[in-house]
Ligand binder design. Structure first.
Ligand code: HEM
Length: 230
C-alpha cells in the first residue's frame, strides 16, 4: 500500500515537473518558432538575392544604379510597413509569438535603408559631396529620405534586449520616432513620384503606412483617455 502511495506521489511530482517545463515553454514560445524565425530570416534576403541574380544575368535594365536604388528604397518601405503591422496583427489575432519577429523585421528595414543610402552615395555619386549637394538642390526629396534614414539609426542601435532593459520607459519614447520616419518615408516617395506624375504606388503604400501609424496613435490616445478617467 505504502509503495503504491509513494509511486503515485512520484508520478504526481513527475507530472507537475513536466507541466512546469511546459509552462516555461509557453513563455519561450511555441516549438516551431525557431524554424519560423529562420524561414523569415532567409526570406528577407529575397530582395537582395533578386538584385544579385538580375545583376549576374544582365537584367538590371539600362540604368542598373537606378534599378538598385528604387528596389532597395521600395523594400525599405515594405519592411517598415511589415514591422509596423506586427503589433496590430498580434492584437487582432492574439498571436503573441508574432512579437518575436518584430526586431528582426525592423533590422531588415534598416539593412535595406543602408543599402539604398550606400547605393546612392557610393555607386551613384562616388562620394562626391559637391555632386550630392547639387542633386539635393534639384531633388529635395533626397534630404527627406536622408532624414528618415538618420532617425532609423537610433532605433536600430537600441534594438537589442540589453538596450531595451537599459532604457526602460525611455525606449518606448525613443521608438516613437517611427511616426516621423513613416511620415518622412511617405513624403520622400510621394515627392519623387509627383515629379513624374505617377502617384499610384505612393498612394497605395502611403495609405498602408498611415493606417498602421493611425492605429497606433488611436490605441495610445484611447489608453491616455482611460488613464485620465480612472
Ligand atoms: C527610411 C529611409 C528611406 C526610405 C523608406 C526610402 C524609400 C524610397 C522609395 C520607396 C523610393 C522610390 C522607389 C521607386 O521608384 O519605386 C526611393 C527612391 C529614392 N531614394 Fe529613398 N528612401 C529612404 C532613404 C533614402 C536616402 C537616405 C537617400 C539618399 C541620401 C535616398 C535616395 C533616393 C533616391 C535618389 C531615389 C530615387 C531613385 C531614382 O528614381 O532616381 N533615399 N526611396
Amino acid at each position: 500500500m505504502e509503495s503504491t502511495t509513494t509511486a503515485a506521489s512520484t508520478a504526481k511530482r513527475a507530472q507537475s515537473a513536466r507541466s512546469g517545463a511546459q509552462g516555461a515553454k509557453v513563455t519561450t514560445g511555441p516549438r516551431w518558432l525557431p524554424w519560423a524565425k529562420v524561414a523569415v530570416f532567409v526570406a528577407a534576403w529575397y530582395p537582395l538575392a533578386r538584385i544579385v541574380f538580375f545583376g549576374l544575368t544582365d537584367r538590371l535594365g539600362a540604368n542598373p544604379i537606378e534599378f538598385i536604388t528604387r528596389s532597395t528604397g521600395l523594400w525599405t518601405f515594405v519592411f517598415l510597413c511589415i514591422t509596423l503591422a506586427v503589433t496590430p496583427l498580434r492584437r487582432l489575432t492574439g498571436w503573441n509569438a508574432l512579437l518575436r519577429f518584430r526586431r528582426m523585421l525592423g533590422l531588415y528595414a534598416f539593412f535595406y535603408a543602408t543599402l539604398h543610402f550606400t547605393t546612392y552615395i557610393w555607386f551613384d555619386k562616388w562620394f562626391d559631396v559637391a555632386a550630392m549637394l547639387k542633386d539635393v538642390g534639384k531633388r529635395p526629396f533626397i534630404t527627406v529620405g536622408f532624414a528618415a534614414f538618420v532617425l532609423l539609426i537610433p532605433l536600430a542601435v537600441t534594438s537589442t534586449k540589453a538596450m531595451v532593459r537599459k532604457l526602460g520607459r525611455r525606449w518606448q519614447s525613443l521608438h516613437r520616432l517611427i511616426y516621423a520616419i513613416g511620415v518622412l518615408a511617405i513624403l520622400h516617395f510621394w515627392w519623387l513620384k509627383s515629379g513624374k506624375h505617377d502617384l499610384v504606388l505612393p498612394k497605395i503604400y502611403g495609405a498602408i503606412m498611415l493606417a498602421l501609424l493611425g492605429w497606433r496613435l488611436a490605441v495610445w490616445l484611447i489608453a491616455r483617455m482611460k488613464a485620465r478617467q480612472a
